[in-house]
Write a protein that binds this ligand. Structure first.
Ligand code: CA
Length: 219
């Protein structure tokens, strides 16, 4: 089971994130102090860090640079203010793996955490995702429909994985874009629609429902 450290001094936010992560099967630690967070990660046993920038002692950038300076490669997802492009750029330059603009939806954060942890923890119970006749093996990156292997590109697989992790939920274009393409995307792009078309062609048209004005849903 993966252990996630939430470094955030606003109890409202850390409690919200911890509650969701525990429900998703993770163990969580909450640490409001940047200095203490660095020590916790250096002690080991942390698989991923959700790191806020505004902390009461040293800020998130400093936490990250101390960790990376010590050769720690643990994935870090930074929480940034939506309006602050400068924060985002600075975070990524100081070695963050991803960022999450505040305010964020829990599903969006969870999708990113899953993406970052994907290559870890073999033996994790959720290594094969299934929905009706669709199945994704996260270890071998192999997709099957009714037992027949289907060739997916890396991006198609990531997108399919987001759908199978959220069956029945509407995923917005923005969520899909940020989950499968990361931070480096043009929000006006129609790339999500193009890739959903690929998935429909390869996996079956009736799985991916268009929800007008909102996004797509796995049915
Ligand atoms: Ca804060």
């Amino acid at each position: 089971m993966s252990q996630i450290l939430i470094v955030e001094d606003e109890p409202r936010i850390s409690a919200f994130v911890a509650k969701g992560l525990r429900a998703a099967g993770f163990t969580c630690l909450i640490e409001p102090s940047g200095e203490a967070a660095v020590r916790l990660v250096l002690d080991g046993d942390i698989d991923l860090v959700v790191l806020d920038i505004g902390l009461p002692d040293i800020d998130g950038f400093e936490v990250l640079s101390r960790l990376r300076g010590q050769g720690v490669t643990t994935p870090v997802i930074m929480l940034t203010a939506r309006s602050s492009v400068a924060d985002t750029v600075a975070g990524l330059q100081s070695g963050a793996d991803d960022y999450m603009p505040k305010p964020f939806s829990f599903d969006e954060l969870l999708a990113r955490i899953h993406l970052r942890l994907r290559n870890e923890a073999p033996g994790d119970s959720a290594m094969v995702l299934t929905h009706r006749e669709l199945s994704l093996d996260l270890r071998t990156r192999r997709a099957t429909v009714a037992g027949r292997v289907v060739d997916l590109t890396a991006r198609e697989f990531t997108l399919a994985e987001m759908f199978l992790r959220n069956p029945g939920h509407v995923l917005s274009r923005e969520q899909l874009l940020s989950g499968a393409w990361g931070y480096d995307f043009d929000p006006g792009s129609n790339v999500v629609d193009v890739y959903v078309r690929y998935l429909r062609r390869k996996l079956g048209a009736d799985y991916f429902e268009t929800v007008r004005g909102m996004g797509y849903r796995l049915v």
